[in-house]
Write a protein that binds this ligand. Structure first.
Ligand code: NAD
Length: 367
């Protein structure tokens, strides 16, 4: 098989800082584990706008379509707030998601034991938590037509439409079942079938797909109850699949059970390519953090965990992904903290590079 290819788009703000640490980790896997990647670097967001006048150049888009996976840092910053909507940094990100048709957004909520005190919930409720939310990303109420604000009889009406086709539901359901097969074979589908027709169809189609996955234990839950259960007893879940709107809210809620924004990775997957790998983009959940950019304070773990997801979901290197996650777990257990993870006074934070150094040392120790 040819060397797997990666397009790295560090972006803006802390994006390049956290990505620099990921690149050291990628090099480590090449040197120490024989896992070589064909890496190309390019621009996205404000950085691309500064050079090309657009937040994503056509050549970069074309490259993203060709590679096995895209790794993105973050986009945006105050400098670009004044730009026209059509060239704002976020448009670069949206273009990638849209043109690669990345319909399944994977957001893990994993609580490292050493950080359990960080959660707003009691430690025993979140310690050891490891769930995955699969959010439909390219359809639903954020895209449905008709939409807009119109005036009828002198009163303004805001309109958005929840719309799902059967095939849109089916493909994200398949992605979720496949994931469940790789994990604990437990899937909970969330919608509002009690009040929404789109929810009834969602439930029907997910149930139909389940016939192909007899080993997976499927349950259905109304999304509002799902929100309550996530806060009450999150460990009852393993994989959750839900639509774009509910997934937006539920994944943020679940993610925050586990602490800092600097710890949260994500993956967005599309249809399989010719080589069987899904179209894929991996990125931390956080933004470009202009308040700490350029100061060496950013936590690189979210971006490094995003690369771990790439190892697992694009490159079938689950054992190496686990090696990387365990190295991070060890570093945290040893008390190494960037500023965002500091709970105790008197602990000196490490820099972005310091965290990278510690993770590399833990990787060395894993050999
Ligand atoms: P943000 O995620 O950039 O920052 C929110 C807070 O979390 C800040 O205080 C920041 O310092 C902190 N933080 C975030 N990531 C961190 C990390 N890795 N280590 C330590 N602390 C971290 O969100 P924001 O401030 O609302 O947005 C800033 C810019 O980022 C805006 O231009 C916004 O549009 C953009 N943004 C981009 C993305 C993306 O690229 N996917 C996502 C969200 C926001």
């Amino acid at each position: 098989m040819s060397t797997p290819s990666l397009l790295i788009l560090p972006g803006d703000g802390i994006g390049p800082e956290v990505m620099a640490e990921v690149i050291r980790i990628i090099d480590w896997f090449g040197d120490k584990r024989g896992l070589k990647f064909d890496v190309t670097m390019d621009l996205v967001g404000g950085a691309a706008y500064d050079k090309h006048g657009v937040p994503l150049a056509d050549e970069t888009m074309a490259k993203a379509q060709e590679v096995d996976a895209v790794l993105l840092g973050a986009v945006g910053g105050p400098k670009y707030d004044v730009l026209d909507f059509s060239v704002k940094p976020e448009r670069g990100l949206l273009r990638l998601r849209k043109e690669m048709d990345l319909f399944a957004n994977l957001r893990p909520a994993q609580c490292f034991d050493a950080l359990a005190d960080f959660s707003s919930l009691k430690k025993d409720i979140v310690a050891g938590l490891d769930i995955m939310i699969v959010r439909e990303l390219t359809s639903g109420v954020y895209f449905g037509e008709p939409r807009g604000i119109t005036t009828v009889d002198g009163e303004r009406i805001g309109i958005n439409t929840q719309r799902y086709t059967e095939s849109e539901i089916r493909r994200v359901a398949i992605a979720a079942f496949e994931l469940a097969m790789k994990r604990n074979k437990k899937l909970c589908s969330m919608e509002k079938a009690n009040v929404m027709e789109a929810g009834i169809l969602w439930r029907d189609v997910v149930t139909e797909v389940s016939a192909d996955y007899p080993e997976v234990e499927l349950s259905h839950m109304y999304a509002d109850n799902g929100a309550m259960q996530l806060v009450r007893a999150p460990k009852q879940f393993d994989v959750i699949v839900t639509d774009n709107l509910f997934g937006d809210i539920l994944s943020d809620c679940a993610a925050m059970l586990t602490g800092s924004l600097g710890m949260l990775p994500s993956a967005s997957l599309g249809a399989p390519m010719e080589n069987g790998r899904p179209k894929a983009m991996y990125e931390p959940v956080h933004g470009s953090a202009p308040d700490i950019a350029g100061q060496g304070k950013a936590n690189p773990i979210a971006c490094i965990l995003s690369f771990a997801m790439a190892l697992r979901y694009s490159f079938n290197e689950g054992d190496e992904a686990t090696r990387l996650e365990q190295a991070i777990e060890k570093v945290l257990a040893d008390g190494v903290r960037t500023g965002d993870l500091l709970a105790d006074e008197g602990v000196t934070p490490v820099s972005t590079t310091g965290m990278g150094d510690a993770i590399l040392a833990a990787l060395d120790a894993s050999l």
